[in-house]
Design a binder for this molecule. Structure first.
Ligand code: M6R
Length: 612
C-alpha cells in the first residue's frame, strides 16, 4: 500500500505534507519521511514508526521549503526501519524519490547496478529503481524526465513515484502504473497524493493520473505525457465529497471499503507469483523450504479467529492436493496442552496482524521444541513474520476494520498457491489439474468483482432478517469453514448469536433449534457435496426454517427451495471459498449497519489481540 504526498507552490511544504501523510496513514504506518528542497539543498528526513514520530524527530531541523515529497510506508521489501523508509536518495545524492508499489524485476536490475559499482543503503526495490534512473540519466546524458521514461519501459510491476532534484528546483516529476495518484490544482500551487484526502482542504479541482502517464508538475504548470512522450490533456474533475468520506475512500466504513478492495488485494497477492503462462508458482519462502514441506510427516496449522478458519480450508487443500496429514489448532489451546511435536513436523502460523499473542506464544514454544515454523502473515516485519523460519506475505494492505475480510481472502490465495506448489513438487497433483487450478485461481479477482458489482440484494436480505435473535450457518467440505467464518462475522458486527456447523452434523443436535423464526444460511455452491446439501436444505424447509442460500450463478435447484439467495460465480471447489465468503461478509456488514452499530470498531474487540 503506502501513502504518498507532494507539494510545489507558495506555501511552506512541510506542514502540508505532514498533514497529508497523517490522513494517509490507513495505507501504512511503519515508517515515514519527507524530502524538501531549499536553495539548491536537498534535505531528507525519515524515521521508523508513525508520521507523528517522524514529525517529532525533525524539530529544530531546517524545514523551510516550498517544494517537497513525503511518504508513509507499509513495508513490502525490507523490514520497517529508518534506512528502508522513503524518500530514498540516489547514489550521487542528487535525486530523491518516493514509491508506492512493487518493482517485480528489481533483483535483476540490482545485479546489473551492483556489477557497475552501485551500492545500496536500503533493502528496498525503490532504491534500485532510483539508481537505475540515475544510471540511465548519466549514460544517456539526458534530463530526468527522459531517464524516467526509459527506465519505466523496463520496469515490471506497479508504481506511483514522485521525484525531485536540485537540478530543477520547482519541479516534481511523477509517474504511475497500478498505484493511485491524484493531482490537486490550486492557484500557483499543485498538490499530489495517493488519494484526495490530503488535497481536499486546499482545492476541489483534481486530475486522476492514468496508468503509464508521466506528470511534470510546477507551481503554475501541469504537463501530462504518455510513455511515448506525447502530451495528454489533463481531465480536471471536481471533488464532490466530504473530507471524512474521502479518508475512507468514499466508503461509509473501512469494513465496506476493505470488502470492496478484495479484487485488487487478491490480484496483488497473486501478482508475480502465479505465472500461468509458464506454469510456475514463484514463492521464495516455499522454494527455499521445499524439502521441509515435501518430507513433512505432518503439518500443524496454528491460528486464531478468522485466520483459524483460513487454516481449516488449508487443511482440506493440503490433504487433497499434497497428501500430507494436517491438524488445525487454536493457538491458545495448542500452547497450553503440551502438544506432541515430532521431527519432520511443519508448523504453519496464519495471522493478519502478525502480533496475536496466543499465536506468537504458541510458536515460540514450538520453536523451542525444534519445529520448523512457516508464517502466512499480512503485516510485514511483524513479530510472527520475524519469528518464522520462512514465510509468505499475503500483501492485502493495512486492514483497519476490526472484522477481518480482505486479509482472509489474501490468506486463502496464499494457502492455495502453497498447496499447488507443494502438491506439484511432491508429485501428488497431476500436471493437468495443477494447470487448471492455476488458471481458475487467476480468474478469482474478476469473479469477486462480479459479486461486488451489485450488493443491493444482499442489503435487502440483511434488512429482512436483521431482527432475528439467532442464525445458523451451514456448509460442507470446503464451504464448512466458510459457514464458520460467516457466523463469526455476524457475531462480531451485529452482536447476533450465530453458530456455524457442518451441514450434515446439524441433524445430530442443532436441528432442534429450527423453527419458522430461525434464519439458516446455507453455503451451497456447486461442488462434490452439492446433492447432499440439497437434502440438508430440504430437511430445514420441512421444519419451516427460513433458508438463505449462497448459490452458484445459474443453479436452479437451491434457489427453487431457498427463501432468499445470494449468487456467486462458479469456481473449482478448492478455491470456491474465495468467492462464497464475500456475500457473507456483506451480509454481516449490512445487518450491523442496519442495527446502527459501529461496524469498524465493534464493542469489546481490538484489531490486534496482543494479550493472551
Ligand atoms: O491478526 P490475526 O489474524 O492473528 O488475528 C486473529 C483474530 O484475532 C482475528 O481473526 C479476529 O478473529 C478478527 N476480529 C476476525 O474478524
Amino acid at each position: 500500500m503506502c501513502g504518498i504526498v507532494g507539494y510545489t507552490g507558495h506555501r511552506e511544504a512541510f506542514p502540508v505534507i505532514v498533514k497529508g501523510l497523517k490522513r494517509l496513514e490507513y495505507r501504512g504506518y511503519d515508517s515515514s519521511g519527507v524530502a524538501l528542497l531549499n536553495n539548491g539543498q536537498l534535505n531528507v528526513y525519515k524515521k521508523k514508526g508513525k508520521v507523528s514520530e517522524m514529525e517529532e524527530s525533525v524539530i529544530g531541523k531546517d524545514l523551510h521549503s516550498h517544494i517537497g515529497i513525503g511518504h508513509t510506508r507499509w513495508a513490502t521489501h525490507g523490514e520497517p526501519s529508518d534506512r528502508n523508509a522513503h524518500p530514498h536518495q540516489s547514489q550521487s545524492g542528487e535525486l530523491a524519490m518516493i514509491h508506492n508499489g512493487i518493482i517485480e524485476n528489481y533483483a535483476q536490475i540490482k545485479q546489473e547496478l551492483l556489477a557497475k559499482g552501485y551500492t545500496f543503503k536500503s533493502d528496498t526495490d525503490t532504491e534500485v529503481l532510483l539508481n537505475f534512473i540515475e544510471d540511465i540519466k548519466k549514460n544517456n546524458n539526458c534530463g530526468l524526465e527522459e531517464a524516467l521514461r526509459i527506465a519505466l519501459k523496463r520496469i515490471v510491476g506497479a508504481y506511483c513515484i514522485l521525484l525531485i532534484s536540485p537540478e530543477d528546483p520547482e519541479t516534481i516529476i511523477a509517474a504511475r502504473k497500478g498505484s493511485p495518484l491524484v493531482i490537486g490544482i490550486g492557484k500557483g500551487e499543485h498538490f499530489l497524493a495517493s488519494d484526495a484526502s490530503p488535497i481536499i482542504e486546499y482545492t476541489k479541482e483534481v486530475v486522476y493520473v492514468n496508468d503509464y502517464e508521466i506528470a511534470i508538475i510546477r507551481p503554475d504548470e501541469l504537463i501530462l505525457k504518455n510513455l511515448g512522450n506525447e502530451k495528454q490533456t489533463p481531465f480536471i474533475q471536481k471533488l464532490d465529497m466530504e473530507l471524512a468520506a474521502i479518508e475512507k475512500g468514499g466508503y461509509e466504513h473501512f469494513m465496506l471499503k476493505e470488502i470492496h478492495e478484495q479484487p485488487d488485494t487478491i490480484f496483488d497477492c497473486l501478482r508475480g507469483r502465479l505465472l500461468v503462462q509458464t506454469g510456475q508458482i514463484m514463492m521464495g519462502g516455499i522454494e527455499n523450504n521445499l524439502d521441509a514441506f515435501i518430507h513433512a510427516q505432518r503439518i500443524i496449522i496454528v491460528a486464531c479467529g478468522t485466520s483459524w478458519h483460513a487454516g481449516l480450508i488449508a487443511e482440506y487443500l493440503i490433504e487433497e492436493l499434497c497428501r500430507i496429514p494436517v491438524e488445525v489448532e487454536y493457538a491458545s489451546e495448542f500452547r497450553y496442552r503440551n502438544p506432541v511435536i515430532n521431527k519432520g513436523d511443519v508448523i504453519i502460523a496464519i495471522s493478519q496482524s502478525g502480533e496475536t499473542a496466543d499465536t506468537l506464544v504458541a510458536l515460540e514454544s514450538a520453536k523451542e521444541k525444534g519445529a520448523f515454523i512457516f508464517g502466512v502473515v499480512n503485516a510485514v516485519g511483524s513479530s510472527i513474520a520475524r519469528l518464522s523460519h520462512g514465510g509468505a506475505y499475503t500483501h492485502s494492505g493495512p486492514e483497519i476494520g476490526v472484522a477481518s475480510t480482505k486479509a482472509f481472502t489474501g490468506q486463502l490465495a496464499v494457502l492455495s498457491m502453497m498447496a499447488l506448489k507443494i502438491g506439484r513438487a511432491k508429485g501428488t497433483l497431476d500436471e493437468k489439474r495443477y494447470l487448471q487450478l492455476m488458471q481458475d485461481l487467476e480468474t478469482i479477482p474478476e469473479k469477486v468483482k462480479e459479486i461486488l458489482n451489485d450488493t443491493s440484494n444482499i442489503e435487502r436480505i440483511a434488512e429482512k432478517y436483521k431482527d432475528a435473535s439467532d442464525f445458523l450457518f451451514l456448509g460442507r467440505g470446503y464451504n464448512f469453514p466458510v459457514a464458520l467464518e460467516g457466523a463469526l462475522k455476524l457475531k462480531e458486527i451485529s452482536y447476533i448469536h450465530a453458530e456455524g456447523y457442518p451441514a450434515a452434523e446439524m441433524k445430530h443436535g442443532p436441528i432442534a433449534l429450527v423453527d419458522e423464526k430461525l434464519p439458516v444460511v446455507f453455503v451451497a455452491t456447486k461442488d462434490s457435496y452439492y446433492e447432499k446439501i440439497v437434502s440438508n436444505v430440504q430437511e430445514i424447509k420441512a421444519r419451516k426454517g427460513k433458508v438463505i442460500a449462497v448459490a452458484t450463478t445459474g443453479d436452479e435447484i437451491i434457489p427453487g427451495m431457498a427463501d432468499d439467495v445470494m449468487f456467486v460465480p462458479d469456481a473449482d471447489e478448492t478455491i470456491a471459498p474465495l468467492l462464497s465468503v464475500v456475500p457473507l461478509q456483506l451480509l454481516s456488514y449490512f445487518v450491523g449497519k442496519a442495527k446502527g452499530f459501529d461496524v469498524d470498531k465493534p464493542r469489546n474487540l481490538a484489531k490486534s489481540v496482543t494479550v493472551e
